[in-house]
Design a protein around this ligand. Structure first.
Ligand SMILES: CC(C)(COP(=O)(O)OP(=O)(O)OC[C@H]1O[C@@H](n2cnc3c(N)ncnc32)[C@H](O)[C@@H]1OP(=O)(O)O)[C@@H](O)C(=O)NCCC(=O)NCCS
Length: 235
């Protein structure tokens, strides 16, 4: 039991530069309290005392601002920083050494039954206010940016940001996001008009040449008509 407590405190000390001492971590971190209570309620839940487990978890939510369903499976070294507004659903599975910031929801989409909450693999970081929905997997070592809404699987060692969440870094390399500059796109109508104009020009040249040839055969040559009408001269 004390080994586990030591590991929980170590997780706080390692990942929060603001943690000044083990005592401060033990006494003042709501995330640590919520995780320790969840382990107890999880045991109750698994032994069939679901009502009592839920009742205690609601009391813990009241005390810490963190709601972790007793049914959730949580690995070692989870660190919930600040904690307020964190919601972790019943069928969520969290691996080892995961970091979660305030306002994170690991929830269901409302359309599924059974396993309907995310699986978070080892060493994942989920930024402030991020929402991860459905029976999806956030791969080992990946980071979910603050404010992201993720509804699809994320491969290992990726960074996913935005709404909806898109992968911007994979295995340490930037993933190029196609960014269309609409003002630079070719206009198909203008292209077509240009093509038609070109063909008209060619036909006019040919016609002028034929007319010249015909006139030369019948009478003395006259100058060819201009290909494009010239505007009348102004006085
Ligand atoms: C996502 C995060 C983990 C950084 O991961 P990273 O792999 O180092 O990614 P980078 O910083 O290289 O950013 C990659 C791109 O995503 C963008 N980005 C980063 N975080 C973002 C976010 N939360 N939302 C939208 N875009 C974001 C960056 O601007 C960058 O885009 P660019 O290349 O066009 O400039 C970090 O930005 C983050 O959100 N951390 C959460 C921390 C937190 O919640 N702290 C709360 C403390 S109280």
């Amino acid at each position: 039991m004390f080994d586990r407590l030591k590991r929980d405190i170590a997780a706080v000390m390692e990942r929060d530069p603001a943690a000044t001492s083990a005592w401060a971590a033990y006494l003042m971190y709501p995330g640590l309290k919520a995780i320790r209570w969840q382990r107890r309620t999880h045991r109750l839940y698994m032994s069939g005392h679901t009502f009592l487990a839920r009742a205690i978890s609601q009391w813990v939510r009241h005390r810490t601002g963190i709601e972790i369903h007793p049914g959730a499976t949580i690995g070692e070294g989870l660190f919930i920083d600040h904690g307020m507004g964190v919601v972790i659903g019943e069928t969520t599975i969290i691996g080892d050494t995961v970091t979660i910031y305030q306002g994170v929801t690991l929830g269901g989409t409302g359309k599924e039954r059974g396993k309907r909450h995310p699986t978070i693999e080892d060493c994942v970081v989920i930024g402030v206010g991020a929402t991860v929905l459905g029976d999806i997997t956030i791969g080992r070592g990946s980071k979910v940016g603050g404010g992201a809404v993720v509804v699809n699987n994320v491969p290992p060692n990726c960074t996913v940001v935005g709404v909806p969440g898109r992968v911007v870094v994979r295995e340490g390399s930037r993933v190029d996001v196609v960014d269309l500059h609409h003002e630079d796109l070719p206009d198909p109508v203008v292209e077509m008009l240009r093509c038609i104009q070109h063909r008209i020009d060619r036909v006019e040249v040919r016609l002028a040449r034929d007319e010249q040839a015909a006139a030369g055969a019948a009478a003395p040559a006259v100058p060819a008509a201009p290909m494009t009408p010239t505007p009348p001269e102004e006085n």
